[in-house]
Design a protein around this ligand. Structure first.
Ligand SMILES: C[S@@+](CC[C@H](N)C(=O)[O-])C[C@H]1O[C@@H](n2cnc3c(N)ncnc32)[C@H](O)[C@@H]1O
Length: 325
């Protein structure tokens, strides 16, 4: 995404539903599925330790609550109490139970909340954070909102997807590799037809042509699989299809149909999220545009910096700011 001519990033209901499904599955964070994982805890703990006892913190696009969990930890370690609030477009309210007691701190999670329209008063928070979140939203509007809800003198810190990072690159490679193995939905289509016919009580013979098509589509996908770590997600799906296609008679047809549809849906949502990451990632003009939007909203902004791990691998941008006042 470049800073120039940014199209508005609208989040379709489908993408919101996709994230809701992902977080409901118990995932703690959303990146790193391809070996490019890293521990962002030290980065956040250093920032959170600067907050005073009683500080209020808003984590934007909190997802599974990675940063709010760290805020709770930071408060408990330093015997401080924070008022922590996480918001996300996805329906995350029910995740609160997974956090258990929050000690002297308070934790609230609000779902179905677009960062472009935060449901908070002006100057409500001492700190605003976002880890791989705000760049998914309409960044201009979200930046204005992030500054609006900060108290004068309050601070903000973002960790943002970088268009050239190992994380973004891996998402692109995973998607491309997946599309080579499963370039279309024919394996799913034929499988679903097989089990639709068998569920109708028709004799097995009636499904024979579809069984053959199903098996050859799966065979072709198996032939395109390579021992590539980026394909682990894809391999799981193809092995599942191969198992079902090998002898469809072994399965209850209704159950097999339900599982096939669920697997197809899972793949579709996974692809949507990978693509959303790639679309959200910011190049240099993109991160500068975000910095300018924060500045225009009244923040003093530090120059965005590339964030690398100890071995020098590029992982993200960091962007820190303070609301003037
Ligand atoms: C990559 S995940 C990051 C979640 C979490 N911060 C983490 O680091 O694990 C991106 C999150 O942004 C949320 N999101 C995307 N667009 C949004 C918007 N316009 N408003 C609020 N949340 C949004 C998604 O629902 C998703 O949970």
């Amino acid at each position: 995404m470049t800073g120039k001519d940014q199209p508005p990033k609208t989040v379709t209901g489908e993408l919101g539903a996709s994230w809701t499904r992902y977080w409901a599955g118990g995932h703690g964070a959303s990146f790193g599925a391809g070996g490019e994982d890293f521990d962002s805890a030290p980065f956040w703990l250093e920032f959170l330790a600067t907050l005073a006892d009683g500080a209020s913190v808003l984590d934007l696009a909190t997802g599974g609550g990675h940063v709010v969990r760290l805020a709770l930890e930071a408060a408990a370690k330093t015997d401080r109490a924070y008022e922590i609030h996480g918001v996300d477009l996805a329906d995350i309210g029910a995740l609160r139970r997974a956090f258990g007691p929050s000690g002297r701190s308070t934790l609230r999670l609000t779902g179905r909340c677009d960062l472009a329209r935060l449901p908070f008063d002006d100057a409500a928070f001492n700190a605003v954070t976002s880890q791989f979140g705000i760049e998914y939203a309409d960044t201009g509007a979200a930046a204005r909102e992030a500054v609006r809800v900060l108290k004068p003198g309050g601070s903000g810190l973002f960790l943002l997807h970088h268009a050239g990072s190992a994380i973004t690159r891996a998402a692109g490679e995973r998607l491309r590799a997946h599309r080579v193995v499963l370039p279309d939905d024919s394996a799913f289509r034929h499988g679903e037809r097989v089990f639709t016919i068998l569920s109708s009580g028709a004799p097995r013979l009636a499904a024979m042509t579809e069984v053959t098509k199903f098996q050859s589509a799966v065979q072709a996908a198996l032939g395109r699989l390579s021992p590539d770590a980026r394909l682990s997600n894809t391999a799981e799906v193809v092995y599942f299809l191969a198992d079902v296609a090998r002898a469809p008679d072994r399965y209850d047809p209704r159950d097999a149909l339900r599982r096939l549809l669920a697997a197809e849906e899972e793949v579709r949502h996974w692809m949507l999220r990978q693509q959303a990451l790639i679309d959200a990632a910011l190049d240099t003009p993109g991160v500068q545009a975000l910095a300018q939007a924060l500045e225009a909203a009244g923040a003093q902004v530090r120059a965005p910096e590339p964030f690398r791990d100890a071995s020098g691998t590029l992982l993200a941008w960091t962007l820190g700011f303070r609301r003037g006042g």
